[in-house]
Design a protein. Structure first.
Lengths: 263, 329
């Protein structure tokens, strides 16, 4: 990385951090809107008390707390921003700068993680007060691979959504495909239930898709549930590479197609 | 050697056609039909370094499409473009460092932050050192008289202040070629004058080349000696602004105030020129430039004249006629 790149990264992070701080009030609601896993926890807790699911209520609490954290740090909205830029023509000024516009979006998302952090910690603290059994101390191994997989999950989620966003060059509402994709994401990512509770065939199928690696994989690593680490990393890298190749191809074709609508 | 060279440039857009009403909507849903619109046709021109050229045309004439092709935002359908030795649509980093595009209706500044934050990003992207960025921001802010507003959130600035801040952001990397699309749109008279004088100053100080579109003729007359006129996608004039007047409006406006004791009517004045107005003892004629001296002599000899003025027709009227007829014949 060159000195110029480092300076650009530092500047993007500091400016977009300031930008996100402007929305601090809204951030509380955005964080709360990601508390879906905590609702599922209540349901699974009830189920675990009356059936033998292979998970104790405490394990469920830990798992869904980790899912909550994974959701908070992998949330991505680039498709809505990019679609607006293409449709309204505000992509034009960004295309005239000698830097790919994706970096603004990417570091905007990264900066938002830092602004979100205090609110997330506050909610985690509150959650631990309500469910003291959810408190666990991750091992250094779980900590390291949990954080690495969280970062990779965010990058993969960003890359896939940004690839869908490229469709905005041809259709006016590219976010429709993200919403369709979200259906599979909800059920196959481990957001509603740990993958270990899925039927074997469904779980095996899901593990070939990118979805479990966005939530289930980092969450399981954080709480110490058994996962196939090499397979997970290779699958994430493969999906990432595929998304990257498609993304760059669509970007080049899209730019040719772009008419700078409204610009 | 020209810094902008355009040869036989053309752009064709496919546009979806839909009939109104529910039937049209259903037909459009199942079977879309398209029509090709030729937005720019066979346009050729060359601009030398340091020139300020006005780019005129009515709405939809193809000005913005041409600017977008010159900046590499869209690919031409035909023809060739070279700007500062680059093919714009390749979007080489060196090309992007040499140009800028200011659009009166679009902004690049981050709305909720002070302009200084956006300028910080631009400084990093264009690889300006902190000291260099500070010096340039100071210099441009002084030229634009906007020093105090750079620390306020962009959304709190007036339209004129925002336009100045946009201009500062667009020029921080000191581009050699400026494409300006309606830079004074919606600004009040004072802000328009400030932006114009800034552009003149920037052009003189850095020898920058400027291609400017504007619906305000005052921008054009204040800044441009040369104009390009585009109509329905075709370039119909490329030359001096004065030449445009001579070619399209080869007449002068003669206003006369007659002595009160005379009886003046339209019939009396008909032989002197094309009568535009007659109110009491005041009349206005259009007289062809070739007959001007002769007509004025006759007027002074045959009628009792108290006051007489000769003026060029307003440039707005001339341009308006060019746009209406689409020709300079």
């Amino acid at each position: 990385m060159t000195l110029r790149s480092l300076r650009i990264v530092r500047t993007f992070l500091s400016v977009y951090y300031a930008y996100m701080v402007e929305y601090r009030a809204e951030l509380i609601f955005w964080v709360l809107s990601g508390s879906f896993p905590l609702i599922f926890l209540g349901l699974w807790n009830q189920a675990a008390q009356s059936n033998d699911l292979g998970f104790t209520p405490a394990q469920f609490a830990q798992y869904f707390l980790a899912v909550f954290l994974a959701r908070q740090f992998t949330v991505v909205w680039v498709i809505w921003d990019f679609e607006k830029e293409v449709v309204q023509g505000t992509l034009s000024p960004l295309l005239l700068q000698p830097i790919d516009p994706v970096w603004r979006h990417f570091f905007g998302h990264v900066a938002e993680r830092f602004t979100r952090l205090p609110f997330v910690l506050l909610l985690v603290g509150l959650f631990c007060l309500l469910y003291p059994e959810a408190i666990w101390i991750p091992t250094p191994y779980a900590c390291f691979w949990g954080i690495v997989s969280l970062i990779l999950a965010f990058c993969l989620r960003f890359l896939i959504q940004y690839t869908f966003a490229m469709l905005a060059f041809w259709v006016e509402r590219a976010n429709a495909i993200e919403q369709f994709w979200f259906l599979f994401y909800t059920f196959l990512s481990g957001l509603v239930a740990p993958l270990t509770l899925f039927p074997d065939a469904v779980r095996e199928f899901a593990l070939w898709t990118p979805f479990p690696y966005l939530i289930y994989f980092p969450a399981s690593l954080l709480v110490g549930l058994p996962v196939d680490l090499p397979r997970g990393l290779i699958t994430m890298a493969s999906w990432g590479l595929l998304a990257f190749i498609i993304n760059r191809k669509l970007w080049r074709l899209g730019l040719k197609h772009y008419s700078g609508m409204g610009a | 050697m020209p810094i902008i060279n355009v040869e036989n440039l053309g752009k064709v857009y496919p546009v979806a056609i839909k009939s109104p009403g529910i039937k049209g909507t259903i037909r459009h849903f199942f079977h879309r039909t398209y029509r090709n619109i030729e937005a720019v046709k066979q346009v050729s021109f060359a601009i030398e370094p340091g020139e300020i050229v006005g780019f005129l045309g009515p709405n939809g004439a193809g000005k913005t499409t041409t600017l977008k092709m010159l900046t590499g935002l869209i690919h031409p359908s035909s023809g060739t473009v070279a700007v500062a030795g680059h093919r714009p649509f390749n979007r080489d980093a060196q090309f992007l460092r040499n140009i800028t595009l200011v659009m009166g209706q679009k902004q690049q500044l981050i709305w909720d932050l002070p302009a200084l934050d956006s300028l910080k990003i631009n400084a990093a992207v264009y690889d300006l050192s902190d000291a260099e960025a500070r010096q340039r921001i100071g210099e441009l802010a002084e030229m634009l008289s906007i020093q105090d507003q750079l620390k306020q959130p962009v959304r709190k600035l007036s339209l004129g202040e925002r336009m100045k801040a946009e201009m500062l952001a667009a020029l921080l990397h000191r581009p050699q070629v400026l494409f300006l699309d309606e830079p004074t749109l919606g600004l009040d008279i004072n802000a328009q004058v400030a932006v114009r004088s800034f552009l003149k100053d920037y052009n003189e100080r850095y020898g920058a080349t400027v291609l400017l579109t504007s619906h305000y003729m005052a921008d054009i007359t204040a800044l441009c000696d040369r104009v390009l006129v585009i109509h329905q996608g075709s370039l119909i004039y490329d030359g001096l602004l004065d030449g445009l007047l001579d070619r399209f409006a080869p007449y002068r406006e003669v206003s006369v105030e007659f002595a009160r004791h005379q009886t003046i009517n339209a019939a009396t004045l008909a032989p002197y020129g094309d009568l535009q107005s007659l109110e009491g003892c005041k009349a206005t004629f259009l007289v062809r430039t070739g007959k001007l001296t002769d007509t004025v002599s006759k007027l002074l000899n045959h009628l009792s004249v108290q006051d007489l003025t000769i003026a060029e027709p307003p440039i707005e009227d001339v341009i308006g006629k060019v746009f209406q007829t689409g020709s300079l014949k």
